[in-house]
Design a protein around this ligand. Structure first.
Ligand code: NAD
Length: 319
């Protein structure tokens, strides 16, 4: 399916900006809707001013109006780093609930396809490994992270409801930890935090004992997976993530070597409800979308470290 005009909510964020760029440069017109809560206009430097790109400063918790035709709504607007979604927990839930309602309404009014950027957090602290899409998860509904997890679970249910009641063709992508250029160095997520500490020559801080596992996916692979799903009529949910499981200590050690850090890894207090294991089964994405990650962890981390080194150097030079 060829896209003519796409609305990307959350398009000024880390993933959204790469999605906008990919769509604009593959021939689509893009309307990026973002309130810049955690995103940055500088993320959109490569498409700003392009005739097929338009930025709309708007909050998805308010009803959305986009004049003209729209054939796809890609709904990414939602703070994704724990630091951001815990800072204003009610805002997070309003974005996850009302924001998704308004994005789905927009798709309904335009008879557009809809894609929800959901998350591996819907599996909570999973009791099944690796996680397949038919696993219902193990989420603490009243823990601090529940504001994010439960609003994504609500968003998934609402996507299904819009399909059932209004016939909106929606797909759900469950994204596992994605990383790459344009993550905010200060957003508290593991990869930017480790790289920032490594480049500054500080000890890398691992929360908890570091035996908890994560699987990582480089941003270009994640974006390819999201767009493949949006082009496909498959409703999902579909896991989009890297299938290689590493302990957080192993990831910290790799980043320490890549950044030339010499300080030892240190441990901080474990975070509440931090999942012990996280690893997607991506057989469904392989079969339905022909998708699998292509960028190795070493290559992806190297590109990300180079980006952070260049941008922090630029900031230092400017300051
Ligand atoms: P991000 O915080 O960089 O981007 C989110 C964007 O949404 C930002 O530009 C922010 O300003 C915007 N936004 C937030 N609230 C809004 C509102 N009320 N109205 C309009 N815009 C709003 O996060 P990201 O990592 O790019 O994540 C994008 C999406 O993918 C999120 O929905 C997130 O839950 C999902 N996701 C990401 C990952 C990952 O590893 N990056 C993993 C799982 C799921």
């Amino acid at each position: 399916m060829r896209f003519e005009r796409v609305v990307v909510t959350g398009g000024a964020g880390f993933l959204g900006s790469h999605v906008c760029e990919e769509l604009v440069f593959s021939g689509a017109s893009v309307v990026c809707v973002d309130n810049l809560a955690t995103g940055r206009l500088s993320n959109l430097d490569t498409v700003a001013g392009h005739p097929r790109f338009h930025f709309e400063h708007a909050d998805v918790t308010e009803p959305l109006r986009v004049p003209g035709p729209v054939d796809v709504v890609l709904h990414l607007a939602c703070p994704a780093s724990p630091a951001a979604y815990l800072r204003e927990p009610v805002t997070t839930m309003r974005t996850g609930s009302l924001g998704t309602l308004h994005a789905l309404e927009l798709a309904r009014l335009h008879r557009a396809r809809f894609l929800l950027a959901s998350t591996s957090e819907v599996y909570g602290d999973p009791l099944r490994h690796p996680q397949t899409e038919d696993y219902w998860g193990n989420v603490n509904p009243v823990g601090p992270r529940s504001v994010y997890d439960e609003s994504k679970r609500f968003s998934e249910a609402l996507t299904i409801a819009y399909q059932a009641q209004y016939g909106v063709r929606g797909s759900i992508a469950r994204i596992f930890n994605s990383y790459g250029p344009r993550m905010r160095p200060d957003d508290g997520r593991m990869i930017p935090a480790f790289i920032r500490q490594g480049l500054a020559g500080e000890p890398i801080t691992v929360f908890g004992d570091g035996a908890q596992t994560r699987s990582l996916c480089y941003v270009s692979d994640t974006v390819r997976g999201l767009i493949a799903l949006a082009r496909n009529d498959f409703p999902g949910p579909v896991n989009i993530g890297g299938p290689d499981e590493l302990s957080v200590t192993q990831i910290a050690e790799r980043i320490r070597r890549l950044t030339g850090g010499t300080a030892p890894v240190r441990h901080g207090e474990a975070m509440t409800d931090d999942p012990r294991r996280r690893c997607p089964d991506i057989a469904l994405a392989r079969r339905e979308l022909g998708w699998a990650p292509q960028v190795s962890l070493t290559e992806g981390l190297r590109r990300t470290v180079d980006h952070f080194a260049a941008t922090s150097f630029a900031h230092r030079a400017a300051g």
